[in-house]
Design a protein. Structure first.
Length: 167
């Protein structure tokens, strides 16, 4: 809903931010590949070092799988688009105007992570912080929402649907 509101309130700016080019799409795909490589390298090591990570991961997957897999797959695109419009499009842009690009990315990533807090998983908040910083950096570097949108969508799709950590 917030993503739709952002589009309604500043449609011309949103349209410019979502205009794809081959370079922006490739940048997002490469970033997603790097993030996935880091995720699949770090998560098992974290789970071995801290058993609570494995437990929280299992709980998060169980919650995600509450709805049908078809519903989850269909909802993923609109959810990711909404998150990018709000967190990288509106929130990060506002922080960047006020505090500059580095602080803007950092503050938006922290805010994005804290928004995941009500789910009750400290691990999810930390993952959201890391991912939010990466997606925010893409937005700041490219000046477009396309790479962060592509990276976010691919990362979520692979980690949640294609190759989850928990069977």
């Amino acid at each position: 809903m917030l993503g739709a509101a952002a589009s309604f309130l500043d449609g011309a700016s949103v349209a410019r931010q979502l205009r794809p080019t081959g370079r922006l799409l490739l940048t997002g795909a490469v970033a997603a590949a790097a993030m996935l490589a880091a995720t699949y390298a770090l998560q098992p090591a974290l789970a071995r070092a801290a058993p609570a990570v494995a437990h929280e991961t299992a709980l998060l997957y169980a919650a995600f799988r509450g709805p049908s897999p078809v519903f989850a797959a269909l909802a993923l695109g609109p959810v990711v688009l909404g998150e990018e419009l709000v967190w990288r499009g509106v929130v990060q842009a506002a922080f960047t105007r006020r505090f500059g690009p580095v602080a803007g990315v950092g503050l938006a990533a922290v805010t994005f992570a804290l928004a995941h807090g009500p789910i009750g998983s400290f691990y999810l908040v930390m993952v959201a912080l890391a991912c939010g910083a990466a997606w925010g950096a893409l937005r700041a570097i490219t000046g477009s929402l396309v790479p962060s949108l592509v990276a976010h969508l691919l990362w979520d799709a692979v980690v949640l649907l294609v190759a989850p950590f928990v069977p």
